[in-house]
Design a protein around this ligand. Sequence first.
Ligand code: AMP
Ligand code: MG
Length: 487
Amino acid sequence: MDFAFNNTFHDEMEGFYAPAEAAKPSAPKLLAFNHGLAQRLGIDDADVDEGQLAQLFSGLALPAGADPLALAYAGHQFGHFSPQLGDGRALLLGEIVAPDGARFDIQLKGSGPTAFSRNGDGKAAIGPVLREFLVSEAMAAMGIPTTRALAAVATGDRVQRERAHPGAVLTRVASSHIRVGTFQFFAAHFGADHVVQLADYSIRRHFPDLAEADNPSLALLDRVVGLQCELIANWLGVGFIHGVMNTDNVAISGETIDYGPCAFMDRFSVNTVFSSIDENGRYAYGRQPQVLHWNMARFAEALLPAIHRVSPADVDAAKALVDAIPNRFRAVWHARVREKLGLLVHDDDDSELIDSLFDDLEEYDVDFTSFFRALAMLLRGDGALFESLLPAPDAMAPWIADWWERIAREPTGPLEHAAAMDAVNPLYIPRNHLVEAALVAAEAGDLAPWLELLEVVRHPYIIRPGFERFAEPAAADAGPYKTFCGT
Ligand code: AMP
Ligand code: MG
């Protein structure tokens, strides 16, 4: 298997990483390989058997041209600055350029300790590996920017967490692994020259159109803020809660990265938290826009020396840009909600309709994912699903009346709106009880439920007969769901 590596970070950014080596797994066995992604990347896997894939994607055999390294980064974790984090359980093998010219990092996650492991073992257990694989593929299928999963390989070794688990390695593909925390690391330890070097590299790699900007670092800030507003609006739109929105988990590419205790909300509540380590609800569903603002303020701080160097006056521009984030996010979010509601024409007066919608969803504990599909069914004259979601058939009658009236003002007919809604509102998401059941089975050696769920979430929008149970929320008596971080 030829990767045709072209490792710009390794070659151009010496001093920004530590060379690293993968630990040798004792008995690697392929759990899953993403042939569709391999094809998209231009990797030819035709002549490779499962044994070879298992060796390549577990760290046992190093592919030709790889320059394995661990990236340095810092990060604010739950509001507190950790000056040194870095890839403690991940290894960048190198970069490849896909047939369409897009550049991707190929990274092993869970492949053993690096210079940044501190007290960690650098390993990953099978549950979190398969969880990241599944959820990142679901996100990609919903059109949400995300890192991807190319392979999952069981190592044959045990990993000690609260108890011993089978170990595994995930091969993660990202348009890069540069994070807000990467900038913070070099701002904190090395100062302006390094920040400028990293900003220049990031612009060359991700946003070449910004190279000619009057102040490229300011333009970089603006671009990343825009991408993060889009990303968080996407998350909110599908009820996704990342769970650890620390600045080291914010990729400047705008991709969702670091799937740890993330989960999707069933019944709507802005205070929903699943992560066992998020005791104060810092990263609750409805707080994600505020955290986005806070994280972007930290990014701006890290960039300030680079921005200042070009023009001291631009420091004020950076501040104004950060101050404008709540309004900027709101505009993006409302556009997303309008889409979900089938409103194709922009109307500034929709804010009231949108705000009262979320008040109602919260009050009536409505299943968030089903609700938008039920609205489309209403437009088709079928109210059965809608009524099944509410405590009383007319619970949301005033809101529905307003929405109908708003739809009626659009130039297109109800059926067109229903079709547009079904194209953006997923029917199948990785619901917590399904993910949990699939992971429990996988850990016990039965991959079938995980493979079936993966197949379901890869096609989120089209109704498939026989798949009804995948669209349903957990039983009402299922109890609160908790996720754990121990990847
Ligand atoms: P995360 O919460 O997954 O974003 O990880 C935060 C930091 O902890 C990163 O620097 C990771 O590399 C590091 N880390 C997490 N788990 C381990 C582990 N098992 N071994 C070494 N480092 C780890
Ligand atoms: Mg992380």
